[in-house]
Design a protein around this ligand. Structure first.
Ligand SMILES: CC(=O)SCCNC(=O)CCNC(=O)[C@H](O)C(C)(C)COP(=O)(O)OP(=O)(O)OC[C@H]1O[C@@H](n2cnc3c(N)ncnc32)[C@H](O)[C@@H]1OP(=O)(O)O
Ligand SMILES: CC(C)C(=O)C(=O)O
Length: 571
């Protein structure tokens, strides 16, 4: 049958199924009694191994060239990875050359072990050893596929045939390791497609490999149990790992490693539960690059631990740098909502979130507990080298709290609560009209236009205050204002300059304002300090509204605020 005919036949078969979901077989539960993992707590970091330069690289549209490989390797070293799978040297010249470059160039620091992948084929294993010649220590990672499906459709072999491949590969690696005494060879064996492999067979093949390699507690083998394809819920994965750890012989001579992929979107959860289930090590990539939906994201895993108070043993405190290098190397973007790393993860647009964050940050600044407690922010952005700057951003979903936060943080304006309510409606209107996010500058300009630049119909030109008479305590204000462009002098008296100016406005301009509330604060310090005054007033027709004024002189700021209120009342 031709490929086209086969495709058509498959399509016809599919169409005949009434419920499309019937095509799929549910993953069988693991028969595990007395499971322990649900009651355990993750309280220490695993051994980390980065597979960015191999599994991540093999999945790229454009695999990394030497410069990108080097940039990734250097980043992984800076982050503190002590085990790095640097490639599949027998598969590509670039990978081979990269091994040679870092070994011959002395680029592998003490304490760091490189890992190389190979299939269980003689010529590939021999070439792999040429690739790692001269390194102090190397993990040779041997794999062959063991799942029932792959045995049947890819290899056409029974269980014994598959065991023979693994055993032959191990024997050759043992022989070549003996012939390379200057390099400490660690064997890692992966029953690839472990998640689709019957558990008893996975144990059987791993034990067959161990039988050849003869690991000891001092010279452990790494058994890597990959979720080559993530096929089940993470609790089932954990059951598989716990079952494997409990059943295998000589557990103390093996490091059990996880290699989750993310087909169901639960790679991180699978890794975490797999660690609870007894695994010691995790292989993954930065931000989860890798085949299909990717490998498990080690950055997220590490930061998940960090936020539980566990030292992850990886430096993830300059997340922007990790994103930058990773995007350069993979030529793939990190999603804006990617956990911890995405551009938008420390940003709140919605009003109630902004309000709670704002209050949380204020409460935190007064607390001595040393504990991070801010609603909606599970981690302190500063721990990732990020700042609060982007925490609150304004669009049509934003509320008064966020707007007040931006004005205070960027412009030092501490606007009273009722003014926040008034101004947020104005911002809302602008945001709705534009349909766009408003930058802090946009918000300030809107505030300025609405309150500070409100100089029409009235504008204050100058003023002078004096005592009304000896011992009276009352003040007289003489002010020059323009009204509809015409200059005039107004005069009033009262208990203080504000009261007197309100009187002057009433008498000279026919503007009747009743002051309900008054606040002022300084912006900045020293000679450059400005006073900012806020007046809540009631107009003659019963409306309440605000006026705001700013000036180096406190009295002038207050009179400007009254003019601002008068002008807004006149609109
Ligand atoms: C889950 C994973 O990510 S595993 C890693 C996968 N990574 C890669 O494949 C990237 C690099 N790979 C390559 O460049 C190539 O596959 C190479 C160079 C390694 C090998 O290439 P080729 O020899 O041309 O063939 P190909 O990969 O198609 O090999 C398939 C053959 O190898 C056999 N084979 C596949 N995997 C293994 C294995 N782990 N051990 C032994 N034999 C294997 C297959 O049965 C098949 O045999 P057949 O030709 O007799 O049918
Ligand atoms: C080689 C193995 C570990 C692998 O990459 C996988 O199974 O995904």
């Amino acid at each position: 049958m031709t490929a086209t005919a086969a495709t058509k036949q498959a399509a016809t078969k599919t169409a005949a199924v009434t419920n499309p979901a019937d095509k799929y077989t549910p993953f069988p539960p693991v028969k595990l009694t007395d499971r322990q993992w649900p009651s355990r707590v993750l309280d220490k970091a695993p051994i980390w191994c980065s597979v960015d330069l191999r599994d991540g690289n093999q999945a790229l549209i454009e695999p990394m060239g030497p410069d990108r490989k080097r940039a990734m390797f250097d980043l992984l070293l800076r982050m503190g990875f002590q085990e790095i799978e640097v490639g599949f040297p027998a598969a590509s010249q670039t990978d081979f050359d990269f091994c040679r470059e870092i070994i011959d160039g002395g680029k592998i620091p003490d304490g760091v072990t490189i890992q190389v992948l190979t299939q269980a084929r003689e010529e590939l294993i021999r070439r792999t050893f040429e690739g790692i010649k001269g390194s102090k220590r190397a993990i040779v990672h041997l794999y062959n596929s063991t799942s029932e499906l792959q045995r049947r459709v890819v290899f056409g072999m029974d269980r014994q045939g598959i065991i023979d491949i693994a055993v032959a590969g191990t024997k050759l690696i043992k022989q070549l390791a003996d012939e390379t005494p200057d390099t400490e060879i660690v064997l890692q064996y992966s029953p690839e497609s472990f998640t689709g492999t019957e558990l008893d067979f996975a144990v059987e093949i791993c034990e067959a490999v161990m039988e050849i390699w003869q690991p000891t507690p001092e010279r452990k083998i790494i058994l890597n149990l990959p979720s080559t394809v993530e096929m089940s819920m993470p609790n089932v994965h954990a059951d598989q790992i716990e079952w494997f750890c409990k059943t295998m012989k000589n557990r103390e001579s093996a490091i059990i490693s996880l290699h989750p992929h993310n087909d169901r979107g639960t790679g991180v959860a699978a890794a975490e539960l797999g660690l609870l289930a007894g695994a010691d090590r995790v292989e993954g990539t930065l931000f989860g690059n890798g085949e299909r939906t990717g490998n498990v994201d080690v950055v997220t895993l590490a930061l998940n631990m960090f936020t539980q108070g566990v030292d992850p043993g990886l430096s993830v405190n300059d997340i922007a740098e990790i994103v930058r290098v990773s995007e350069y190397c993979t030529q793939l973007p990190v999603h804006p909502r990617h956990p911890y790393a995405g551009e938008l993860v420390f940003t709140a647009f919605s009003g109630s979130h902004q309000d709670a964050i704002n209050k949380g940050l204020k409460a935190l600044s007064k607390s001595n507990s040393g504990k991070w407690e801010v609603p909606y922010l599970p981690i302190d952005p500063q721990d990732l080298g990020r700042s609060y700057e982007a925490v609150i951003r304004i669009n049509s979903q934003s509320g008064k709290g966020g707007i007040a936060y931006v004005l205070e943080k960027d412009y030092g304006l501490q606007i009273p609560r009722k003014l926040q309510i008034e101004f947020s409606k104005i911002v809302q209107r602008v945001a709705d009209e534009t349909g766009k996010e408003l930058s802090p500058t946009d918000i300030y300009e809107t505030f300025k236009a609405e309150y500070l630049d409100a100089e029409s119909p009235l504008a204050l030109i100058e003023h002078a205050t004096e005592a009304r008479g000896p011992n009276s305590g009352a003040r007289v204000v003489n002010a020059v204002v323009t009204r509809d462009g015409k200059t005039q002098t107004i005069k009033g008296s009262g208990k203080g300059p504000i009261d007197a100016f309100v009187d002057a406005l009433r008498q000279g301009c026919g503007v009747d304002l009743h002051v309900l509330d008054y606040r002022e604060h300084a912006i900045g310090e020293g000679e450059d300090a400005q006073a900012c005054s806020y007046f809540e007033v009631k107009t003659s027709d019963g409306r309440t509204l605000f006026g705001v004024g700013m000036d180096a002189d406190i009295v002038t700021a207050s009179l400007r605020a009254l003019v601002s209120a008068a002008n807004r009342a006149a609109r």
